[in-house]
Design a protein around this ligand. Structure first.
Ligand code: FE2
Length: 383
């Protein structure tokens, strides 16, 4: 098979980055994100109520699924699957026992799942699931899977011959409880936390096995406070639709947020899911009203933000009230905010981001963000 090199001209914070991504693994986008959780019914209620997800599909006892139940939620291009097992010895239950609620599958939408599997296995991926066809009256899908960091899996989902609601085995989920959508559009990026010394290993995995390119690297000079630090490499596929930053802890005086995550998650895993919106003021006002907790941004942040980012369309007073941060790069600016962890362990959280030209990740906010996370770590006694 011929490898064509797609040279992408990404610019990033004033630097031109030529990302040499290979296209042996064409990806259309994120297909779905599946979390293994302790109580899928209650999690689904939370993500509907607080995040504005809509009921899409369901599989469980009533549909002939004897060992687990899954709720599929949707908001524009984002599909979130929440799964709980009935069997205490299953892979799912073991995952929940060890990690708590967390991301199991970061599923990628491809046109040819068999080829995606072959190409990545050939380059050294560890197999999770050999290509398999699943069929029902609405057609068939092909899925296959490979391991990534920790116990996280990339599934390749081919659905061009399927017209059903989600996948074979699922029925449409009709619910009388339908809180309104809050404007989430698509998954912007998903971040993995890996153990000290493993960032380069996983960056290399995305480069060599998946054909991704390194879009940008942050070291401890970019992301550190007096106490803690981290390093990060952002990996992207050829069309830029999939972006996976990989973090590892860096040396600081105290325990970094990455080490805290690794301790509580009991290993590497997905740290945050960044979701894009076209109206962050609306999305965050809704989320706050619906009870979502966000990291606290110090009021003084807003005293200097205008000097840093210049003129923006939004009213700074409103951004301050909602705790939304702003950053600018060469191509425009972005607005972003981070939730507190969405489960009891300080592990998975969400970022909500609105891009107004900027393609970067909010480097100018790292300092304020880090200090805010440390404030939370201090309360938890884990700093
Ligand atoms: Fe992020």
């Amino acid at each position: 098979m011929k490898d064509l090199t797609a040279v992408k001209d990404f610019s990033y914070s004033g630097e031109k980055i030529f990302a040499a991504a290979k296209d042996f693994l064409p990806i259309n986008g994120t297909d779905y994100v599946e979390l293994y959780v302790g109580n899928a019914k209650q999690s689904a209620h939370y993500y509907k109520t607080a995040f504005g997800f809509q009921s899409l599909a369901y599989a469980g006892l009533e549909t002939g699924m004897r060992d687990k139940t899954s709720y599929v939620l949707v908001q524009n291009k984002i599909r979130l699957v929440l799964t709980t097992s009935f069997d205490p010895d299953s892979e799912i239950s073991n995952h929940v026992r060890k990690h708590g609620d967390g991301v199991k599958f970061i599923s990628l939408w491809v046109d040819d799942a068999r080829k995606a599997y072959e190409e990545t296995i050939k380059r050294g991926a560890k197999s999770y699931l050999e290509p398999v066809e699943e069929l029902d009256k609405d057609g068939y899908i092909v899925k296959a899977g490979i391991h990534t960091y920790g116990e996280t899996i990339h599934l390749f989902i081919e659905r061009k011959n399927y017209n059903g609601v989600f996948m074979p085995g699922y029925v449409k989920w009709e619910s009388e409880y339908n809180p309104t959508d809050i404007g989430f559009k698509y998954v912007d990026h998903m971040v993995g936390n890996v153990e000290l010394g493993n960032m380069n290993k996983w960056a290399k995995f995305y480069e060599e096995v998946m054909g991704f390119a390194n879009l940008v690297t942050f070291d401890d000079k970019d992301i550190s406070t007096e106490y803690t630090a981290l390093m990060s490499k952002v990996m992207t596929n050829g069309n830029g639709r999939i972006k996976f930053p990989i973090n590892e802890p860096a040396k600081g005086l105290k325990k970094s947020q990455i080490e805290e995550y690794l301790d509580f998650y009991r290993g590497a895993g997905c740290q945050h899911i960044a979701i894009a919106t076209n109206d962050i003021v609306h999305s965050i006002a809704e989320m706050r009203k619906r009870g979502v907790e966000f990291l606290h941004v110090p009021g003084t942040y807003y005293d200097t933000v205008a000097d840093r980012v210049g003129i923006i369309d939004e009213d700074l007073k409103i951004l301050k009230r909602l705790g939304i941060m702003v950053d600018r790069d060469e191509e425009g600016y972005l607005l972003q905010i981070f939730t507190k962890p969405v489960e009891d362990r300080p592990t998975l959280f969400f970022e909500i981001i609105q891009r107004k030209g900027a393609k970067s990740f909010g480097k100018g906010n790292f300092q304020a963000l880090f200090e805010s996370i440390e404030e939370e770590q201090r309360k938890r006694g884990t700093l």
